[in-house]
Design a protein around this ligand. Structure first.
Ligand SMILES: Cc1cc2nc3c(=O)[nH]c(=O)nc-3n(C[C@H](O)[C@H](O)[C@H](O)COP(=O)(O)O)c2cc1C
Length: 191
């Protein structure tokens, strides 16, 4: 697949659509190498990954659900959400937690560090899509809660970027859709 084909092929694939088939470790390593080629301002390379596979996925999602239970008021808590978080990765081959590790160079704005990690995630997503590997970028549950930062021993300045669920799927690859027309997004200046 060419890069252009991969860009247009890439979709968010729900972990519910995964078939449980394992992705080879070398492929995951290749995806992480692709992430490592993302651009940064000042060679800060702020992306950090925790890769879960096999039974470690269930252990993490279970602990994520426990974090939700422990940090959600009784008015907001629902058992359905608890179970959704707990079982999100049941059919995934790998789950990658992605962080932005804030560097020590104060000249690099935090926004640029976050942008660089988003580029790294997109590299993983595009390469995975080109291999017909499904990926889901999840920021639900406790991902943006301070309890998650504590769970991963992140500092205040670091950022939890999301959970990437990866797996193969037997279902038809979804079609993309965009809602806002290009004319609203692009301004051409010709003179
Ligand atoms: C920063 C970010 C966070 C996201 N978080 C979620 C999420 O929590 N749940 C979800 O279903 N999709 C999430 N997505 C995926 C989007 O829903 C998905 O990319 C969007 O629907 C467009 O679909 P497509 O990627 O297949 O074109 C996230 C995407 C980004 C870029």
């Amino acid at each position: 697949m060419t890069i252009a084909e991969s860009i247009f092929h890439r979709r968010n694939i729900s972990p519910d659509a995964f078939n449980g088939q394992a992705i080879a470790t070398e492929v995951i390593e290749q995806l992480l190498e692709a992430a490592n080629q993302a651009p940064t301002h000042g060679y800060t390379e702020p992306w950090r990954f925790v890769v879960y596979e096999s039974t470690a996925i269930k252990k993490f999602t279970s602990e994520h659900a426990d974090l939700y239970k422990a940090n959600t008021s009784s008015e907001k808590y629902t058992e359905a959400n608890f179970l959704k978080i707990k079982h999100r990765g049941d059919k995934a081959s790998h789950l990658i937690a992605v962080f932005m590790k804030r560097g020590t160079n104060p000249k690099i704005p935090r926004l640029e560090e976050i942008s660089a990690v988003a580029c790294a995630i997109q590299n993983i997503w595009l390469l995975a899509s080109s291999m017909q590997i499904g990926m889901y970028w999840g920021t639900g549950g406790m991902v943006h809660h301070s309890a998650m930062k504590s769970y991963f021993s992140l500092s205040e300045e670091d950022e939890m970027m999301g959970l990437l669920f990866l797996g193969y799927s037997d279902l038809e690859w979804p079609k993309g859709r965009r809602i806002v027309p290009m004319e609203e997004k692009v301004q051409w200046i010709k003179e």
